[in-house]
Design a protein around this ligand. Sequence first.
Ligand code: FES
Ligand code: FES
Length: 158
Amino acid sequence: MLIDFTLNGKPVTVDAPSDITLLDLLRDHLNMTGAKEGCAVGECGACSVIMDGRLVNSCLVLAPQAGGSEILTIEGIHAPDGGPNDLQDNFITYGAVQCGICIPGMVIAGEALLMKTLEPTRQEIRVALAGNLCRCTGYQQIVDAIEATAVQRKIARG
Ligand code: FES
Ligand code: FES
């Protein structure tokens, strides 16, 4: 079936089976391999994307459900020059990246939170990351990176 949606700000039409997940649609039919398949059952958050402004596990969304929606993946998160944006820079600065498997989902979850508030408490950041598992960094540095980005964006926006 043909599925039309907006992917990282650009309209796309893709011909794909109707019984695959959004994660497989992105990875196998659109070559967007930033979202990872960790568990495939909605437990790990490695497949996180933002769908119509809401953080979702793309392994739990059927591809046809993407029809007419706006999807933001990790490939759509970058600075204007194509390099890392401020949040991604802070993940590096704060040592929040080790193996990297969880990181696309963590960055997406962080961006979803920062779209809603630039004054999150550390507890709110932890809640925002509750669906994203990391077996490497212990979360502290990831929370630090998101907190620092919120402060910087708030200052930049005056
Ligand atoms: S792969 Fe989707 S939540 Fe784990
Ligand atoms: S950096 Fe390895 S799972 Fe998070």
